[in-house]
Design a protein around this ligand. Structure first.
Ligand code: MG
Length: 310
């Protein structure tokens, strides 16, 4: 019953789409998007991801003395830097501040994810822990606070999904386009395509300096113990297509340019306006004629002469 219904529905849909007399075409031949098998859960790396830490070891990293224990890595002495360099990426990273709360403000569960080794997304235990807002968890350090504080309690795991667009520099060093970042913290959007002013600095105003189109991911040692797990990254590659013609509209089986369609619309609009104006003028003329005719049929009676005085 269901399959019969589906077949009929599909046939009806095909028929109705073939009957549509107008159909916009972009003029771009798109390549089929690659098939990426996702992880079993959204925390697990998709098939095309580069895994930077899966709980086994820190072989994808250099620098720092960070210890792996029971599937997690503990921040230790010195910053750790990924051996591989990246440009535009999607980065998944999970982190947790110690369950035993120690310190406050910037001194509690402080670490950080540095994109391209320069641009910090703050890691901090911001659960019931006030600090300057552009320095709390998920802030772009000293550039903007997060849109919300989505912290889980100390000891619980936090997730950042980071979507990074690297800055582009012209040959002469000018910023062609700045860096942008979108961050989702525990499923909550906390940075929405934020335009960075430059690399993070504690002491200087942020400003861009030319750097390579790719850079490593670094994790900060701020002297506070923070745990990490499930770190993986995917390169963001744009959709691929080739323009084969200007955009056009298929209308009644013919290819019509978008400009011609626009022109046609304008002409129709003009014709309609003229038509309306003529209709209005005719209506007004009719009303006037009717009023004249009515006047003739029932002329205004002359005033009666005043009664003679007696
Ligand atoms: Mg930090």
């Amino acid at each position: 019953m269901t399959s019969k219904f589906s077949a009929i529905t599909l046939a009806a849909l095909c028929l109705s789409s073939s009957l549509i007399a107008q159909d916009y075409k972009s003029g771009i031949e798109w390549q089929e998007p690659p098939i990426v098998t996702p992880g079993e859960t959204n925390a697990q790396p998709p098939a095309d991801a580069t895994v930077l830490f899966d709980g086994t070891d820190m072989s994808a990293w250099t620098g720092g003395e960070w210890k792996v224990d029971d599937g997690v890595v503990y921040s230790g002495k010195g910053m750790v830097i990924s051996k591989e360099k990246f440009g535009d990426i999607q980065l998944h990273i999970e982190w947790s501040a110690p369950s035993k709360v120690k310190g406050d403000g910037q001194g509690r569960g402080n670490s950080g994810v540095y994109l391209m080794g320069k641009y910090e997304i703050q890691i901090l235990d911001s659960y019931d822990n006030l600090t300057y807002f552009d320095g709390q968890a998920a802030s772009i350090y000293k550039q903007t606070p997060p849109l919300a504080n989505a912290m889980r309690k100390p000891g619980e795991w936090n997730t950042y999904e980071i979507f990074w667009t690297a800055p582009r520099f012209a040959v002469n060093g000018d910023v062609e386009s700045p860096a942008y970042v979108t961050v989702v913290h525990n499923g909550v959007l906390v940075q929405n395509h934020f335009e960075l002013m430059g690399p993070s600095s504690f002491v200087e105003a942020p400003h861009y300096k030319v750097h390579d189109p790719t850079g490593p991911i670094s994790l900060q040692d701020h002297g506070n113990p923070v745990r990490f797990r499930n770190i993986w990254v995917r390169e963001i590659k744009p959709a691929v297509g080739q323009r084969t013609s200007a955009p056009y509209v298929m209308k009644d089986g013919k290819q019509v340019s978008v400009e011609a369609m626009q022109q046609e619309k304008e002409t129709q609009k003009f014709q309609k306006a003229v038509e309306n104006a003529v209709q209005q003028a005719l209506k007004e003329a009719d009303a006037e004629a009717e009023a004249d005719a009515a006047k003739k049929e029932s002329p205004v009676p002359e005033e009666e002469p005043a009664a003679k005085e007696q």
